[in-house]
Design a protein around this ligand. Structure first.
Ligand code: KG4
Ligand code: ZN
Length: 353
């Protein structure tokens, strides 16, 4: 089964061809980062306009790279939310037009579900039920993931934790801005932190009740703001590396502590990490070490699949199309689309007993 995936929810125009939800024949990603860097973040109007300019050539390139044509494919999957409305509409409308004109079934995909499927290419045999931590510039969500089919064929999601303020990637980007570093700040802070002292600065953890599985990053960000106010951006100062390393350690510990708490409460079999921040070297290292020490399986995708891409959308789409869950021509983009299908209350009852 050959599926074309299209992703335009934020600032990447992406198209991919995937065979049987497993084999990536092509994975084309055009990043608009240069367009948005001068503004220190994504400008929605510019993003949608650039998607419009690029979408056709990116999809054509995905076909060329894969060595197949539109006639060869069995279905189309496009992100329909969450994301920027103008950006989402470009990819989804393009997919609808292809679907209509060539009579190919269409699947509308939740971007967050796509991130979860990014793990499936290298790790098709994840043990369920699993916890999926999705960390990106727009989201920090912890899902309880059960499988009806025993594999990635049919997953069921319950949102058990989320950020109360900034997303993890957003915290990275804002701290980078405070330090006078360009957007996106995540990869730069990751690099600078490598030579810094992780315990040079102490960041107190946000006070979240024992029962909660939520995250909070604004306190850490505000602590950096205070330090910058007191000391400046520390441009030529080695303390800047220490500040990056200490900030990163606080973020990683916040993510680990809550994820581990959930794993124990719910008796998870494995942990899946995905989203842009999943590329973070310290986050991968800490989760790898500590899951091994706890006897938990841990899975994450390779870097090209952590960033927004269309291969993950095609993989989620393949599962959906195989289940017969196709979208009609009336399907619309939903900037606030939710993934969870069930309420976390039933889980909370279970661990209160
Ligand atoms: O998933 P993604 O490509 O787009 C969204 O859906 O948001 O994630 C982008 C985010 C940005 O905030 C970026 O700073 C962050 O991921 N990021 C990182 C790293 N690479 C990207 N954060 C920390 N460490 C990294 N190595
Ligand atoms: Zn994303």
């Amino acid at each position: 089964m050959l599926v074309l995936g299209i992703e335009t929810s934020c600032d990447e125009t992406a198209a991919a061809i995937v065979r049987d939800g497993k084999e990536i024949l092509s994975n084309v990603i055009y990043s608009q980062v240069k367009t948005h860097t001068p503004y220190g973040g994504v400008v929605p109007e510019l993003a949608s306009r650039e998607h419009l300019v690029k979408i056709r050539s990116i999809v054509d390139q995905a076909f060329r790279d894969a060595g197949v044509t539109l006639d060869d494919i069995d279905g189309i999957a496009a992100t329909s939310g969450p994301g920027l409305i103008g950006s989402l509409l470009v990819g989804l409308t393009y997919a609808k037009a292809l679907s209509f004109s060539k009579h190919k079934p269409l699947a509308a995909i939740n971007h967050i579900e796509g991130h979860i499927y990014s793990v499936s290419f290298e790790h098709p045999q994840v043990e369920f039920p699993a916890l999926a931590l999705v960390v990106s510039g727009g989201h920090t969500n912890l899902f309880w993931v059960e499988s009806e089919s025993g594999d990635f064929g049919h997953l069921k999601y319950t949102l058990v934790g989320k950020t109360r303020d900034d997303a993890a990637g957003e915290a990275y980007d804002k701290v980078a801005k405070l330090l006078g570093l360009p957007y996106p700040g995540g990869p730069i802070i990751d690099r600078l932190a490598k030579t810094g002292n992780r315990s040079a600065f102490a960041f107190s953890m946000a006070k979240i009740s024992d029962r909660s599985l939520d995250f909070s990053f604004s306190g850490i960000k505000t602590a950096v703001l205070r330090m910058v106010k007191e000391n400046g951006t520390l441009k030529e100062d080695p303390l800047r590396l220490d500040l990056c390393a200490s900030f990163q350690e606080a973020v990683v510990n916040m993510l680990w502590t809550t994820t581990m708490k959930a794993a124990q409460l719910l008796n998870a079999q494995s942990i899946m990490l995905s989203g842009g921040v999943a590329a973070n070297s310290r986050l991968r290292e800490v989760f790898t070490e500590r899951t091994a020490a706890s006897g938990l399986k841990f899975y994450y995708p390779k870097p090209i699949l952590t960033t927004d891409n269309a291969a993950m959308i095609a993989a989620a789409g393949t599962a959906k199309l195989l289940r017969g869950e196709t979208a009609g021509m009336d399907v619309n983009a939903d900037p606030n689309m939710r993934l969870a299908v069930s309420d976390r209350d039933f889980l909370i009852k279970r661990w209160k007993r």
